[in-house]
Design a protein around this ligand. Sequence first.
Ligand code: 6R9
Length: 655
Amino acid sequence: MSKSTIESILHEERLFPPSEEFALQAHITSLTQYQTLYDKAKEHPELFWAELAESELHWFQKWDKVLDWQPPFAKWFLNGKINISYNCLDRHLTTWRKNKAALIWEGEPGDSRTITYAQLHREVCQMANVLKDLGVQKGDRVGIYMPMIPEAAIAMLACARIGAPHSVVFGGFSSEALKARLQDAEAKVVITADGGFRKDKIVPLKSAVDEALQDNAVPSVQKVLVVQRTKQDIPMVGDRDVWWHELQPTASADCPPEPMDSEDMLFILYTSGTTGKPKGVVHTTGGYNLYTHVTTKWTFDLKDTDVYWCTADVGWITGHSYIVYGPLSNGATSVMYEGAPRASNPGCFWDVVEKYGVTIFYTAPTAIRAFIKMGDQHPNKRDLSSLRILGTVGEPINPEAWIWYHQVIGQEKCPIVDTWWQTETGGFMLTPLPGATPTKPGSATRPFPGIIADVVDLDGNPVGTNEGGYLVIKHPWPSMMRTVYKNDKRFRSTYWEHIPPKDGKYLYFAGDGARKDEDGYFWVMGRVDDVMNVSGHRLGTMEVESALVSHPAVAEAAVVSRPDEVKGQDVYAFVTLDSTHEPSDELKAELKKHVVHEIGAIARPGEIRFTDALPKTRSGKIIRRFLRNLAAGEELVGDISTMEDLSVLDKLRQG
Ligand code: 6R9
């Protein structure tokens, strides 16, 4: 986050209470009611979650123990049998929701589809049977690399139905990034499309899959199931590749949901950490279903009349929890949009809101800042009067953007829910409840009932009011990640031992800095580790560094983030070349391209700076702090006494 944003957040004092009219109709109608729920969940967490699990979800068999907590490993609803696709589909079919729109999809070229619960159920069952025919069995991992089309959600639900954990890889990731994730997950089948439409271009997803699988690089993959989206000509590999539209018509629509153990793995989702290798975050079934269900219902004050739209991609956790599982478990109408605001159609989001009468709109601060730049004329030209709740996620929102969102999009009548959470947490941790919590621009306000959050120092001691520290969670919650796939050790060290456990008490370390104000409101300030947040996407500095040094010209690379008006942060790389290469603009361009090839367009460095040497400590550690100052054009701050060679800094400052 930029210094000016931190400054303005530090001085933000405005308070926006929910209107009486809104509060009266809400699920949670007052701060008192929130407090009662919060207190109950704090004192009797197991009872609190068990009652909700009973009233909100369908279980084939009830659990016999609510929580088993052997830090840092938690199990929820032990021996309970459940299937999330049943909760998202089948149970709605015996109600009037059978013919309610489950998904409303809008393609970028302007094509669209509305899929009712009955239709979605049918398609999911068919895809599940196709997967079975392709040899997928319970426990097998399935890679999903798709554009934002209904088949992406159908694929996820089909996997869940037969108990095959999915691993969705964001369609913007490169073939190299896809390969690494498929290898780690040892996926048996990959579901993809011939392409997708994004910003008036075709994203060549299938050719990225072909590249990833070249030379038998991922030996576990046996079949590639291809959805026809763009109808462009693509090569199909003999025994390996099959078309969805050829198999679907003959596939049976009868596929009973597999009774899953509550703790069976539902999915793996890779996210960036502080090393070069992304972590496979593991989520299981029962607790995740419950927590995403309840948070969707209360935070978005979801009603059957709502048309709910989350603009994320299903390749991220936000898409998993709050496009697919949370909304569908509640029987909501969830909008999916394939495109993105672009020069040829800067108002496309507002067209979607107007066309479908969207009532709940959930997006990221980076998108809001981009809208501000594009101008008020675009939203002002459309009828946005259907909106009643706005949400944000992904990074701290600067108060200026919050106020614009409130005034221009929300017409000053829509509560804004600023939801702080992570891939690892599965669902919202800090969030206002729109009928109950007065909001403050820039604050994610208070913990969701059942979440015991705090701000502490590195010894785990709470810091004072308004003092900065590390954001931690003190009690297990149902949708917490269970482990890093195949790597319990990394799970332990990254999240639970960063702050050393004391007297058997473990704190979940989120990796974010925060403070708590005099009203108990949390203000999240951004990452405290080597993780960047570019346009709301998590990106490890080490990941980009490994990509750069894999280029033959690069000897060493150090990557930092630099504040960016729209993206929040931008990638800034310092690079030293090996002796056979000279700095040039062509080489800069080539290195940027190389990073895109290794990771994807989201990682493209905004700036590459060649240097003879990098500032290091005497023990050889790169001093990123200085590089961050340099990238931001700031004065160097901090202690330089540990520096090995001061002339390196002088050169960098001059050059
Ligand atoms: C859901 C999601 C998680 C990181 C997280 C934090 C940042 C997300 C935020 C926020 C301030 C918010 N973050 N929401 N920071 N206010 N409302 O984004 O998951 O991709 O795993 O990123 O994003 O830094 O640690 P993920």
